[in-house]
Design a protein around this ligand. Structure first.
Ligand SMILES: [Zn+2]
Length: 61
């Protein structure tokens, strides 16, 4: 008996066996891609919060 799952990243069928180290992902690459999206996904860090830059531009005006 062997079950298969679909790789969450690329949708490829992956055998659910001991041999598949990265299951449910088909490969290490797909696993890393998925983890990366988790880390940088919905939590957007506001990049333009630099008060000094605002002060400088006001001085020039
Ligand atoms: Zn994959």
């Amino acid at each position: 008996m062997s079950a298969t799952v679909k790789c969450p990243t690329c949708g490829k069928a992956v055998a659910w066996t001991e041999a598949e180290k990265y299951r449910p992902f088909c490969s290490e690459r797909c696993k890393l891609i998925d983890l990366g999206e988790w880390a940088s996904g919905s939590y957007a860090i506001p990049a333009e919060s630099n008060p000094k830059e605002h002060e400088n531009s006001q001085d020039e005006f």
